[in-house]
Design a protein around this ligand. Structure first.
Ligand SMILES: NC(=O)c1ccc[n+]([C@@H]2O[C@H](COP(=O)([O-])OP(=O)(O)OC[C@H]3O[C@@H](n4cnc5c(N)ncnc54)[C@H](OP(=O)(O)O)[C@@H]3O)[C@@H](O)[C@H]2O)c1
Length: 484
């Protein structure tokens, strides 16, 4: 198979916060990989910007170091790095002051796409958006890219959206949720809407329940005080898990374009029912050996913030009536693993004597590691001795199925940044989606705050608090094992 490289039009990308962690860890190494793949046209430039004083040469060295630290095999391509950093420039700009903005405006070129990546804290979004216009850095075709968090509740999300919209149109605003850039997540739509097999079964007549798990092995150490202001609900469920839920549950859009897809996702969020507090489990990881507990990492011995959450929710529409969606995410769990599992109903009656097990087809979509999809099917156990049935996975690991081409698949950030230059907003969140997600999240958080719920302790390296297992046991179901 031949890898298809589709170059984008020439662009100037300004990265505000171009010296920060996100820029060095994800954005710049990702751009280098796209440069090597030939997606970045000759005339394109990347302009790093922050308050600290650097000239172009110093900034190029910062980016070389970042690729060396965070890049993959491509960091050995010294000639490629030399060519890439030639495209880099640096302008010192203070988001809260007027220094540097005229110089930045002077660097902009007519007829070239202008994109501005806000890789800074959200408190600076308004200042940057306002100055981009006041100093004529942006034009009416410019795009801005903003990172989570999009607020910490409905009110702040509305304010943030209003601030951005007072300077840019919605079709210029690209809100990144990197989960949407994952190859498997897009494949989920291809599987659903590109095959005749699944869509007829995709409803409450055939699906028993759906599980979405995003498990991490790391704790919050290092950024504990920052994390403690949000917690798993705000940091993961409101955005990433919600987006996955939408893609699994939405109706088929009339076509695969940005507004058609986002309209369908919005309908799902609006149909989400409030979560009963009996269907909600929050946890905090305990200390283990010389490893600190969550509260020690968060530097607050009385913190009530959750590092783990599991919940059961329902979507009130005809397709999903009665089908529970179980969501869980947490830190310091037994493996780093993210998956969506669609668990189909059992047969109800077995014609095979002695076969008492409940066989179920399960479609499991693995987001990380080892992106791929497998379908659990029931077959006859090979060999003599009658009809004994076993469940086996039909595995479609992309790396195996697609061979070397799978290695060229851009990672989530690379793909999404290129979509900005292509002007394709399909995999970005619209403002109303973000607000609807907060409108569902806020009362859940307000509920546990009013009740004064204390998160349950869980041992690091497990699947979270025991109550999380109970959440499904009570429904005569069980979580899938968390395994790498
Ligand atoms: N790191 C991640 O993996 C990650 C993941 C998802 C989302 N995010 C979000 O992405 C944003 C950036 O995160 P980060 O981790 O990269 O933060 P960071 O490491 O603290 O970097 C912040 C950047 O902003 C610049 N900056 C700060 N104040 C400024 C000002 N007044 N004017 C101009 N530049 C200023 C800093 O450089 P100077 O100090 O030199 O100005 C630095 O380059 C945050 O909103 C974060 O929540 C980060």
């Amino acid at each position: 198979m031949v890898s298809r490289v589709i170059p984008v039009d020439p662009f100037d990308l300004v990265i505000f916060g171009g010296t920060g962690d996100l820029a060095r860890r994800k954005i710049l190494p990702g751009l280098f990989r796209r440069f090597r793949a030939g997606t970045m046209p000759e005339e394109s430039r990347i302009i790093g910007s922050a308050r600290s004083e650097h000239d172009d040469a110093e900034y190029r060295q910062i980016v070389r170091d970042a690729i060396g630290e965070f890049g993959g095999d491509e960091k050995e391509d010294k000639a490629g790095i030399d060519a890439f950093v030639e495209r880099l420039h640096y302008v010192r700009v203070d988001a809260k002051g007027d220094d540097g903005w005229k110089e930045l405006a002077g660097m902009m070129r007519d007829g070239i796409i202008r994109a501005f990546y806000f890789s800074v804290g959200p408190s600076l979004f308004g200042d940057i958006a306002e100055r981009l216009n006041r100093f004529d850095v942006a034009d009416d075709k410019s795009r801005i890219v903003v990172e989570k968090p999009f607020g910490r509740d409905l009110q702040s999300a509305k304010e943030l959206n209003a601030t951005l919209r007072s300077h840019f149109r919605e079709d210029q605003i690209y809100r990144i949720d990197h989960y949407l850039g994952k190859e498997t997540v897009q494949n989920l739509m291809a599987i659903r809407f590109g095959n005749v097999l699944f869509e007829p079964l995709w409803n409450n007549h055939y699906i028993d329940h759906i599980q979405i798990t995003v498990a991490e092995t790391v704790g919050v150490g290092g950024r504990g005080a920052y994390y403690d202001k949000s917690g798993a609900m705000r940091d993961m469920v409101q955005n990433h898990l919600m987006q996955l839920l939408c893609l699994i549950a939405m109706e088929a859009p009339s076509q695969f374009d940005a507004d058609a897809v986002r309209d369908e996702k919005l309908k799902v969020i609006r149909a989400l029912q409030p979560v009963d507090y009996h269907h909600l489990v929050r946890g905090q990881y305990d200390a283990e050996g010389d490893q600190p507990s969550y509260r020690e990492d968060a530097e607050d011995p009385r913190s009530f913030t959750e590092s783990f959450i599991a919940l059961r929710c329902h979507i009130a529409n005809w397709r999903w009536a009665g089908v529970p969606f179980y969501l869980r995410t947490g830190k310091k769990l037994k493996a780093r693993s993210s998956e969506i599992a669609v668990v189909f109903q059992d047969l109800g009656h077995s014609i095979f004597e002695g076969d008492e097990k409940r066989h179920r087809n399960i479609l499991a979509i693995r987001l990380q590691p080892n992106e791929g999809i497998d379908l659990q099917v029931t077959i006859k156990e090979p060999g003599p001795g009658g009809m004994r049935l076993i469940d086996v996975p039909l595995d479609m690991t992309f790396a195996d199925a697609l061979g070397p081409e799978a290695e060229d698949v851009p990672d989530a950030y690379e793909r999404l940044i290129m979509d900005v230059f292509r002007g394709n907003q399909t995999l970005f969140m619209r403002g109303d989606e973000v607000e609807a997600a907060w409108a569902w999240t806020d009362p859940i958080i307000a509920g546990w705050e009013a009740r004064g719920d204390v998160p349950k302790l869980y041992e690091p390296g497990t699947a979270g608090p025991d109550d999380s297992a109970m959440l499904l046991h009570r429904d005569n179901r069980r979580w899938r094992d968390i395994k790498a």
